[in-house]
Design a protein around this ligand. Structure first.
Ligand code: PEP
Length: 254
C-alpha cells in the first residue's frame, strides 16, 4: 500500500524579497499555521539564499519548512558564487528546488546536471523538488508526455523515493504567464509521470511520491487545479509572495 500523500505547497519566491518584508511574510504564515494547529497540508518556503536564515528563524517551531531554490553538485570547493546542499541544510533547509525552468533557461542547466544536483541534495539530507515541464513548442507539437517522461528519466536522482523526492510538473509556458493547462490535461500529465515513476520504482513507491503542479496557480484556480487525483500540491511562484493568497491556495488543496 502506498503511503498517503500529504499535500505540499511550496512557495518559490524567486529573486524577490529583502529582509523586513521576507520576515513579515514568513511570520504571517507561521502565525496562520499556529492558529490552525496541525494543517492537513505541508508548507515549504523557498526564499533567495540571502533570506534563508531569516526565514528559517521566523518560521522556527511552526512546522513550516524552508528550502533553497538551487544547489551546487559539490559539497564544497572552488565554485565562486555557488551554494552547496550541505550549506542549505546547515541553515535549516529541508528542501531544495532543482531544475526549475528558469535555471534551465538562464543557466543552461540540463537533465544530467539537474540529476547531479538532486543527488547532492539527497546526500546532504535534503528533499529534492525536481522540476520538469514542456515548452509551448513541445506542447503544440504533441510532445508533452514524451518530454516530461524523458526529463524525469534523465533527472531523477539515484535513490529517489517518496521520503526524499518530490516531482514538480511545471509547463514552461504556464510559468508567470497567467495561462494554465486544463484540469484534464494536468491530470493526464501527472498520471503519466506517476506511471513512469512506477516503472522505475514500483507502484507502491511511486504511489507515495508527491507530484506538484506549478504554473500560474492563484487563489482563484487552486481548487480546480490542485485537487486532481494525481496532483499532490503546488509549486507557487508569484502568488507565494502574498501571505493571504498563498495560505488560501494551501487551504484549497485539502
Ligand atoms: C514557479 O516559478 O515555479 C511558478 C510556478 O511561477 P508562477 O506561479 O508565478 O507561475
Amino acid at each position: 500500500m502506498p503511503a498517503p500523500r500529504r499535500p505540499l505547497i511550496a512557495g518559490n519566491w524567486k529573486m524577490n524579497g529583502l529582509g523586513a518584508e521576507a520576515e513579515a511574510l514568513a511570520t504571517d504564515l507561521a502565525r496562520r499555521t499556529w492558529a490552525v494547529g496541525a494543517p492537513a497540508f505541508e508548507l515549504v518556503l523557498c526564499p533567495p539564499f540571502t533570506l534563508v536564515a531569516r526565514v528559517a528563524a521566523a518560521v522556527a517551531g511552526s512546522g513550516i519548512a524552508v528550502g533553497g531554490q538551487d544547489c551546487h553538485t559539490e559539497e564544497k570547493g572552488a565554485h565562486t558564487g555557488d551554494v552547496s546542499a550541505a550549506m542549505l541544510a546547515d541553515l535549516g533547509c529541508s528542501f531544495v528546488i532543482v531544475g526549475h525552468s528558469e535555471r534551465r533557461a538562464d543557466h543552461g542547466e540540463d537533465d544530467t546536471l539537474v540529476k547531479a544536483k538532486a543527488e547532492a541534495a539527497l546526500a546532504a539530507g535534503l528533499r529534492a523538488i525536481v522540476c520538469i515541464g514542456e515548452t509551448e513548442a513541445e506542447r503544440h507539437g504533441g510532445r508533452t508526455l514524451a518530454t516530461v517522461a524523458g526529463q524525469l528519466d534523465a533527472s531523477l536522482p539515484v535513490g529517489a523515493g517518496a521520503a526524499n523526492t518530490v516531482v514538480a510538473y511545471e509547463p514552461v509556458w504556464a510559468i508567470g504567464s497567467g495561462l494554465t493547462p486544463s484540469a484534464e490535461e494536468i491530470q493526464e500529465v501527472h498520471a503519466h509521470i506517476r506511471g513512469e515513476l512506477a516503472k522505475r520504482l514500483g507502484t507502491d513507491e511511486a504511489g507515495g511520491i508527491r507530484i506538484l503542479y506549478g504554473g500560474s496557480v492563484k487563489p482563484e484556480n487552486a481548487a480546480a487545479l490542485l485537487t486532481l487525483a494525481d496532483v499532490d500540491g503546488g509549486l507557487i511562484g508569484g502568488a507565494s509572495l502574498d501571505a493571504g493568497g498563498f495560505w488560501s491556495i494551501a487551504e484549497s488543496c485539502v
